[in-house]
Design a protein around this ligand. Structure first.
Ligand code: ADP
Length: 353
């Protein structure tokens, strides 16, 4: 109420200022014209004095008319859009990110206010997305941390029970160990992703042997493929050199292999292809695992997304988000082909330099 009173007061003061300004302007113009006119037709002083009050009233009416026209123009063309923008911004400042300010003429008009409104609307939509991501991120992280913590708490409690056999003690200790490892991996991945997403990363490009790097990464999973008796098929073009950031790309291969071995069935096959085509390098990692349906395939690069199939296995849904971020940073491309129940192929295409 007090703010609308203040607005009214300001409008009246503004109106009066306008009135005085117009009055001086019109008065000056009309006086000059009349002075010239009277001088020209050589009227007597008495006649001029007689005509003066009528001229003054004319000037007053003209001033009022111009003043009303100008105020109406200002209210309609300036104050109305400004008020609409301000009301919209007030809502956004109060935390309502669903706000979209109504356009004055239309989204595509060349009205200056509409271009400001469009900018604000786009910014608010972007903020709404960021806000959703932030809240989703917090709830995902909390969930991912809470689950292993509950397991650790339960097993730690059981470890305290008297009369445990050696096997039970080992089993409970192993469960605690596995869950702490999972927690540590989760936090490492969050930190990596945070660094990749929030800092401007300038890839440290150096020429290196990609075939060698892929073999080294593959060997890290030797224990897993032996345990699951997975056959490895490789079609690696020898000594493919690439000028890229080796440390960033090792994240990609480690995650792709980790998933291939994780989702591959026992006695399955994991195939790796590395080849050079023109000035591009193509790396593909395939497995004869559980595969995924088209809907899962659409979301796998999102943070914390886990397909149904993965709930029975280890993971936190951050691996492929990291992979995608790295591929974007180095200017490459990643695609996935998968058939549910049959297997999956990830294909990475990188520029040679
Ligand atoms: P995580 O493996 O920790 O669940 P990722 O981000 O690495 O998280 O993968 C996201 C999801 O993509 C997985 O939960 C799984 O559903 C699907 N996925 C990834 N790689 C494969 C694969 N090789 N075979 C089948 N599904 C896969």
């Amino acid at each position: 109420m007090s703010s609308s009173n203040a607005e009214l007061k300001r409008a009246i003061v503004d109106g009066l200022k306008h009135f005085v300004a117009f009055f001086i302007l019109i008065g000056f113009v009309v006086t000059c014209n009349f002075a010239l006119f009277f001088n020209f037709i050589q009227m007597s002083e008495a006649e001029i004095r007689k005509a003066a009050p009528i001229t003054f009233i004319n000037v007053l009416i003209l001033t009022l008319l111009f003043c009303i026209i100008d105020i109406t123009r200002r209210v309609w063309m300036v104050m109305r859009p400004v008020r609409r923008i301000r009301d919209g911004l007030d809502k956004v400042m109060a935390g309502d990110f669903s706000t979209q300010i109504q356009y004055i003429k239309g989204e595509d008009s060349d009205n200056e206010f509409d271009s400001i409104i469009k900018g604000i609307n786009d910014m608010v939509a972007e903020l709404a997305g960021v806000e959703t991501l932030r809240t989703d991120f917090i709830s995902n992280v909390s969930h991912e941390i809470k689950t292993p913590l509950t397991v650790i708490q339960n097993y730690a409690g059981m470890l305290q029970s008297p009369g445990l056999t050696e096997d039970q003690r080992k089993e409970y200790a192993k469960a605690i160990h596995d869950q702490t490892k999972k927690l540590s991996e989760l936090i490492t991945n969050i930190l990596k992703l945070n660094r990749l997403e929030n800092q401007q990363i300038y890839p440290d490009k150096k020429e290196y042997n990609l075939t060698e790097q892929i073999c080294e990464s593959l060997l890290l999973f030797e224990h897993t493929w032996e345990k699951k008796q997975i056959e490895i098929e490789s079609d690696l073009q020898e000594d493919v050199y690439i000028c890229q950031d080796a440390e960033l790309l090792s994240l990609v291969w480690n995650n792709l292999f980790s998933n291939a071995f994780k989702f591959c069935k026992e006695n399955g096959v994991v195939s790796i292809v590395v080849k050079k085509e023109n000035d591009q390098v193509i790396v593909s990692v395939s497995d004869t695992g559980c595969g995924m349906n088209a809907d899962t395939g659409k979301h796998i690069f999102e943070k914390f997304y886990q397909g149904d199939t993965s709930h029975a296995t280890k993971g936190n849904g951050l691996g492929l988000a990291l992979v995608k971020r790295v591929i974007d940073i180095v200017g490459g491309n990643i695609s996935v082909q998968s058939v549910l129940g049959e297997g999956t192929t990830f294909t990475v295409i990188l520029k040679e330099s």
